[in-house]
Write a protein that binds this ligand. Structure first.
Ligand code: C2O
Ligand code: CU
Ligand code: CU
Length: 490
């Protein structure tokens, strides 16, 4: 019999979050006594002490295409290891796209293809997946479509989809979780005429921020133990532990990505100040969602505007995380700090209407998806979709091209949260536990969280490419434990 502690160690228990109402909480969280009985995770005894807010948060490098002829933006990226200063004064070996840590940014436009030649100079196979994209199956970066060490592969992205804050990351089967942990992720900002027509903050005031956790040893090297969420207690923003970011007293658009393997965040400003959510995974919401906290499970994106003009120059404002899961508050409660250092003019605005979303078509099919994993805490724990672990030779779901399907997804675990990510499509959340979705998840989504016991109904329309694609839990240690399945559109 596993003890509660071992279950929790394996399990990533996530306490309540902004988008979930009380009804959504599991008994574990509702009664509180179990949560209280969990001893705080031993703080990472080996980890070096970290001086917070010492290093600056880097703004990720925007790559320049080597060619833009024939209407295609062409890039070359080499995956290789390098060293990065994540912890003040220490050098950490990281795996990167192009030597950049945090990963680089590709800026793309709808209707204009991007072609990337990825060379693998690492010593393990890799596969590059553009998360949130609609691309032909051959370019989707499947788990078995790997690039051998020393090899390279051309990925072509047609960008026949509307604007969205996408990201790319490794997907090589059984290795993706460790590769992403060590740095193989980057940002892909797809824009279109609809988005560009809006007076939102842009240029230097439009900043991608990837937030995640990690465990380090005394020398500052990453420690990767599959499923070991409890010991990943150092938080990073754009590849630096607890950085500070100097801002002007004006509006900023912040494109938040949770690139953690297992950890979810609930982020707020230390003063409880307003955060205006303008977008989610699949681009802008229909209208702004003013809030004081945003929730992000692994793989999800939330696009927000923060107006720093309400703060005096000299103000230091910490971005807090309120999902501690029994872990040490001094490590998990703060992510980064915004330092308001100057004034600036600001002609940007947040329009009261951001975009139109087409009405949902009449559904043509229904499907049930059950997410679960072994809650034994053992090293051999496996994850399941509809009771099965991933088999690359098996198609789990056959979908007619053009179908608009309603998927009823349930997390049947008692302790372990999951989420579900579909390749190829952006979907709509129809219901969470029988209730309409909160404004935060009422837009286009490609990844949605399910706390233990929760059920989400989503609707996806498969009217673009045909072929075999993945869907999986994006707590990617779980994906590596088998929690993936395949649908085939034909
Ligand atoms: Cu973020 Cu299957 O991917
Ligand atoms: Cu994906
Ligand atoms: Cu999972």
């Amino acid at each position: 019999m596993p003890t509660r502690r071992t279950v929790l160690n394996a399990a990533l228990v996530t306490a309540g979050s902004g988008v979930f109402t009380g009804a959504a909480l599991t008994p574990l969280m509702r009664h509180g006594e179990d949560a209280a009985a969990v001893e705080p995770a031993a703080a990472n005894v080996d980890a070096p002490a970290i001086e917070k807010f010492k290093l600056r948060m880097p703004v990720p490098r925007v790559l320049t295409p080597y060619s833009t002829s024939d209407g295609v933006d062409r890039y070359r990226i080499t995956m290789r290891t390098t060293q990065a200063e994540i912890l003040p004064g220490l050098r950490t070996t990281v795996e990167t796209y192009g030597g950049y840590f945090p990963g680089p940014v590709i800026r793309a436009r709808s209707g204009r293809p991007v072609a990337i030649t990825q060379r693998n100079s690492l010593d393990m196979p890799t596969s590059v997946h553009l998360h949130g994209s609609s691309v032909p199956a051959i370019d989707d970066g499947g788990p078995m479509e790997t690039i051998a060490p020393g090899g390279s592969r051309l990925y072509t992205y047609p960008n026949q989809q509307s604007h969205a804050s996408l990201w790319f990351h490794d997907h090589a089967h059984h290795m993706e979780s460790e590769h992403v942990y060590r740095g193989l992720y980057g940002t892909y900002l797809l824009t279109d005429a609809e988005e560009r027509s809006l007076p939102l903050p842009c240029g230097a005031y439009d900043v991608p921020i990837a937030i995640r956790d990690a465990q380090f040893d005394a020398a500052g090297q990453f420690v990767y133990v599959m499923g070991d969420f409890q010991n990943r207690t150092t938080l990073m923003a754009n590849g630096v532990a607890y950085p500070r970011f100097e801002v002007a007293a004006r509006k900023y658009r912040l494109r938040l990505l949770n690139s953690s393997n297992l950890r979810s965040f609930r982020l707020r400003l230390a003063d409880g100040g307003e955060i205006v959510q303008i977008g989610s995974d699949g681009g802008l919401l229909t209208k702004p969602n003013p809030t004081d906290a945003v929730f992000l499970s692994p793989g999800e994106r939330v696009d927000v505007v923060v107006d720093f003009s309400r703060y005096a120059v000299g103000t230091q404002l910490v971005l807090e995380n309120t999902l501690l899961n029994g872990g040490p508050a001094e490590l998990l409660g703060q992510v980064m700090r915004f330092d308001v250092v100057r004034t600036a003019t600001d002609r940007s605005e947040i329009p009261s209407a951001l975009r139109e979303l087409p009405p949902l078509p009449q559904p043509t099919a229904e499907r049930t998806v059950v997410l679960s994993m072994d809650e034994t805490g053992g090293a051999n724990a496996k994850g399941y979709i509809n009771g099965k672990t991933y088999d690359p030779d098996r198609v789990d779901d056959f979908i007619r091209h053009g179908a608009s399907e309603v998927w009823t997804v349930t997390n049947t675990n008692r302790f372990v949260p999951h989420n579900i990510h579909l390749h190829l499509v952006q979907f709509r959340v129809l219901e969470r536990n029988g209730q309409p979705p909160a404004p935060a998840e009422a837009g286009l989504k490609d990844t949605v969280m399910l706390m233990p016991g929760e059920t989400v109904k989503l609707q996806a329309t498969f009217d673009t490419y045909r072929g075999t694609y993945l869907y999986h839990c994006h707590l990617i240690d779980h994906a590596a434990m088998g929690m993936m399945a395949q649908f085939k559109v034909s």
